[in-house]
Design a protein around this ligand. Structure first.
Ligand code: APR
Ligand code: PHB
Length: 389
């Protein structure tokens, strides 16, 4: 079999790339190791930057997001009981769309199925080969049969644990990483959100976040030990801890109920450079990871594939390699800005085990500067709603 692009991974990056390529008449086959239900079962953040909202609409997969998503015009930071709202419209004239990543993935899967895009789910041992030459190929096993697809381009959209990055010779890739000494214990509950907008909380007991999926489904997090076992956290213990970290008014308004999902996520910053190796291109979590504090993971996947899709359009339509030759530089420039913002928000809002009084006072000074300076608040709002693509 032969195609123009093989996309490894049917998460947001792979599916959106497939949609963007299709709209340019470029043929792509998606190979995904898991089943559709497994992919849809992942609980992930869903704060879409302005640019991501535009990209999904332009890709023809934004209708339900516009109908069911919640447009947010601000966010609150709470620091040791002091709350401050950042008004996105007043600060930068933009908003964000709150719409779960699961729903984004569902909409992209539906859009691909609607025009009959070829996707192979439960593809085993997907292996990118010969991408250092002009005739790359990908092998995989499905239903006990080994297949090979010849192609011009391989897009590694297979996430942090995928095969694509691992297929690159160690000497050809540089890895940059920071692992944080804590995790996020998250709970999904079918109760109305405690507030109309997200509240990021910094408290001496640790960070907390009040988020939502809809008007009837909420998502809450508390910072926990990196080594914590979710089995140690009953719903009751979680709600008690969350209340302790919220200001009294918010805590009083918290509606609790049985968790429908409960899990612990580690926090890390990670970047692989470059993001291009011959005819293999990395996009999304395959190339970088951000701590969830800045809600940048999904949005970076969108900007990566926006750049890659444009570059591949030039490559196939104009036989020009200018775009693909510049892809890594262009993508990494935006990745590192989002890495910086995510690291900065994480550093400001979390309780670090080794922190002294000096670091804690720096955190408070950071918050007070944000609350008291329009210029500082604009920097937060500009990054949170999304830097230009
Ligand atoms: N072969 C085929 N598919 C694979 C392989 C493999 N060897 N390894 C991983 N995959 C699939 C995974 O099953 C997953 O469906 O690749 C997909 C990668 O999707 P994501 O991990 O969601 O990554 P990405 O599409 O880049 O989206 C980034 O997802 O993890 C969140 O916070 C992150 O919001 C961000 C978004
Ligand atoms: C979420 O709703 O899961 C969420 C929102 C914002 C974040 C992280 C997670 O920064």
């Amino acid at each position: 079999m032969r195609t123009q692009v093989v996309i490894i991974g049917a998460g947001p990056a792979g599916l959106l790339l497939g949609q963007m390529l299709h709209r340019q008449g470029i043929e792509a086959v998606i190979l995904e190791q898991r089943s559709p239900d497994y992919v849809l079962g992942r609980i992930r953040a869903g704060v879409l930057e302005h640019g991501s909202r535009v990209a999904l609409n332009e890709a023809g997969a934004g209708q339900r997001m516009e109908a069911e998503g919640q447009e947010h015009h601000g966010v609150e930071l709470s620091f040791e009981g002091s709350r401050h709202r950042f008004d996105f419209n007043a600060l930068v004239g933009r908003s964000v769309m709150v719409y779960g990543q699961t729903e984004v993935t569902r909409d992209l899967m539906a859009a691909r199925a609607a025009w009959g895009g070829r996707s192979v789910y439960e593809a085993e041992d997907v292996t990118p080969l010969d991408f250092d030459g002009a005739r790359p190929r990908v092998t995989y096993r499905h239903g006990g049969v080994t297949h090979e697809i010849g192609c011009d381009i391989i897009a590694g959209c297979d996430g942090f644990h995928g095969v694509s990055r691992r297929s690159v010779p160690e000497a050809a890739i540089s890895l940059f990483e920071r692992v944080y000494p804590f995790g996020w214990l998250g709970v999904l509950v079918d109760k109305p959100p405690v507030a109309p907008e997200l509240i990021y909380v910094s408290h001496p007991r640790g960070f907390a976040l009040c988020s939502m999926r809809s008007a009837t489904r909420s998502r809450y997090y508390v910072q926990c030990e990196a080594s914590e076992d979710v089995a140690n956290w009953s719903d009751e213990r979680f709600w008690d801890e969350l209340r302790l970290r919220l200001d009294p008014d918010t805590a009083a308004g918290l509606e609790t109920g049985p968790s429908i999902e409960k899990s612990i996520a580690p926090l890390r910053s990670f970047v692989a450079e470059p993001m291009r190796f011959g005819r293999l291109f990395l996009a999304g979590d395959a190339a970088h990871i951000v701590p969830p504090t800045g809600a940048k993971g999904l949005n970076l996947a969108v900007s990566d594939v926006t750049y890659l899709s444009a570059a591949l359009g030039e490559f196939f339509r104009e036989r020009s390699s200018a775009g693909i030759d510049d892809y890594s530089r262009r993508a990494l420039a935006r990745v590192w800005k989002a890495e910086r913002f995510s690291w900065w928000m994480t550093t400001m809002m979390h309780r670090f085990p080794e922190a002294t009084g000096f670091e804690r006072r720096l955190q408070r000074a950071e918050f007070e500067h944000l609350a008291g300076s329009r210029a500082a608040a604009q920097v937060l709002a500009e990054n949170y709603t999304g830097l230009a693509m």
